[in-house]
Design a protein around this ligand. Structure first.
Ligand code: NAD
Length: 479
């Protein structure tokens, strides 16, 4: 069993007195760690340590060059430990090792590098319209950020939160999801040696209803950044509101992937497969509603189903595995629960919809495509969060936009066409925070990432992070 601390506070790994959190390998259902939950005293200590680090000022008042150097050292430390962290993350999440090594582990280091570069470019404002005084507008860090992350992509999402919060001079307390805390906990351990003053990055492990609630309601919490389910987001935002604390909510999605009949067929096919089956389909930004124009629908459907059938499902550690198990037992039941209901309500499962043959243990679920006739079907309205796409045909572009926007979510959208006018119209008409045109999931961290509607409030990345993790101060000086 892996030993994992309950908390990391003031750079020290600590064991709490709380109930054990069993951490399970979803590929074989074995318990790989039992972490005593961070008890109330440890949560208090973490928040006090973060506050003390902020007040002490050795981080927030450090020169930008020095802070950049330490952020880059964090990135180097993550890169040096990337193979180890990726193995841990793989055994805890079931995400294929190759996808973690080439994706999340590299992105985790990249997040620290990006924000190191970003703070080197920050500028204030100067106004001198009144003849007898100057007005300066400066940005200052806000204090302590509470960061709460989900289980689906812990390394990428958690590292983004930590890097963006601390780069501007704040300190933070991170709470990973109780189902998948191992990779992020190791990452936080690894960066402690990079020169961060004690208390700048703290971590507590525990359940949402106990540790999470204590953090978001704590009087030292100046900002709350949350990624997770819409239901939890509502609850946390209400708590933040009571204390008048700004919060970012990165929530669920049910995004449309529109494939027009003049799309580059092979590119769109590859994009649709990546959009729904990478990261075991457990992605907020999944293109989970595939909409295909009638002129190419038969050919596209046949090709999609054939490719989905050939996807290599298996042990996430094996190099050729493309889809591993779902992340945990509850989630496996949730995803499986859509199968009988799909057929009852008139959907046709074209491929998958079952536990793949040959797996006695592990939360495996076959890559699945179900054809539906109406976007009001539960498969199109609820977030399944697994390798499970709904497929619908449309005739006109107008119809495609109407279907795409008929959702309570609005995280991302995808559009595939060779016609630039069509692409320009599509990016305008799809209601979402990010639109990928003829490309899936590319991300420039300068751009904000956040949803509209029930997909979230606020955004992460570049200037959006600067606005959230700093406040503006006006300074008036007579001359
Ligand atoms: P979840 O809401 O159950 O849990 C997320 C985190 O919140 C966990 O750390 C959990 O312990 C904590 N939590 C739960 N209740 C809490 C409370 N009352 N107070 C404080 N913290 C609490 O979500 P999940 O099931 O872990 O994650 C899956 C969801 O996350 C999906 O809906 C997915 O779309 C969403 N997600 C969104 C994005 C995005 O960027 N928009 C990215 C990834 C995942």
């Amino acid at each position: 069993m892996t030993w994992t601390p309950s908390a990391i506070i003031d750079s020290e790994s600590l064991v709490g007195q709380g109930a054990p959190i069993p951490v399970v390998n979803p590929a074989n259902e074995e318990v790989i760690a039992e972490i005593p939950e961070a008890d109330e005293a440890l949560v208090e200590r973490a928040m006090t340590s973060a506050r003390a680090a902020f007040e002490r000022g050795d981080w927030r008042l450090m020169s930008v060059e020095e802070r950049q150097r330490i952020l880059r050292a964090c990135a180097d430390a993550i890169e040096a430990a990337a193979a180890e962290i990726a193995e841990i993350e793989c055994s805890n999440t079931g995400i294929p090792l190759a996808q973690i090594r080439n994706g999340a582990a590299i992105r985790a280091a990249g997040n620290f590098r990006f924000f190191a570069d970003y703070i080197g470019q920050m500028a204030g404002e100067l106004y001198e319209q009144a003849r007898d005084y100057l007005t300066l507008v400066r940005r200052e860090p806000v204090g302590v950020a509470v960061l709460i992350s989900p289980w689906n992509s812990p390394l990428a999402l958690g590292s983004m939160k930590v890097a963006s919060a601390i780069a501007f001079g704040n300190s933070c307390v991170l709470k990973p999801a109780e189902q998948a805390p191992l990779g992020l906990t190791r990452l936080v351990e690894v960066i402690q040696g990079a020169g961060l003053p004690p208390g700048v990055v703290n971590l507590v492990n525990g359940f949402g209803a106990s540790v999470g609630e204590r953090l978001v309601r704590h009087p030292h919490a100046d900002r709350i950044s949350f990624t997770g389910g819409t239901h939890t987001g509502r609850r946390i935002m209400a708590a933040a509101g009571e204390n008048l604390k700004p919060s970012i909510m990165e929530l669920g999605g049910k995004s449309a992937n529109i494939i027009f009949d003049d799309a580059d067929f092979d590119q769109a096919l590859d994009g649709a497969l990546l959009g729904i089956f990478s990261n075991n389909g457990q992605q907020c930004l999944a293109g989970s509603r595939i909409l295909v124009q009638s002129g190419i629908a038969d050919r596209f459907t046949e090709a999609l189903v054939e490719r989905a059938r050939r996807i290599c499902v298996g042990d996430p550690r094996a190099p050729d595995t493309e889809v591993g198990p779902l992340a945990n037992r509850n989630h496996y039941r949730h995803v499986m629960g859509f199968v009988p209901d799909a057929a009852d309500r008139g959907a046709r499962i074209l491929v998958g919809g079952e536990r793949p043959k040959g797996f006695d243990r592990g939360f495996y679920f076959s890559p699945t495509v179900a054809e539906v006739d109406s976007n009001s079907h539960r498969l199109c309205q609820e977030e399944i969060f697994g390798p499970f796409a709904s497929l619908m045909r449309f005739d006109t572009d107008e119809q495609a936009y109407r279907i795409a926007n008929d959702s309570r979510f609005g995280l991302v959208g995808y559009a595939w066409s060779r016609d630039i006018d069509r692409i320009l119209t599509a990016q305008d008409r799809i209601a979402a925070g990010t639109i990928w045109c003829n490309t899936p999931m590319m991300r420039d961290l300068h751009a904000p990432f956040g949803g509209i509607r029930e997909s979230g409030v606020g955004a992460e990345g570049g200037r959006a992070a600067e606005a959230f993790y700093t406040h503006q101060k006006s300074v008036i000086i007579p001359r």
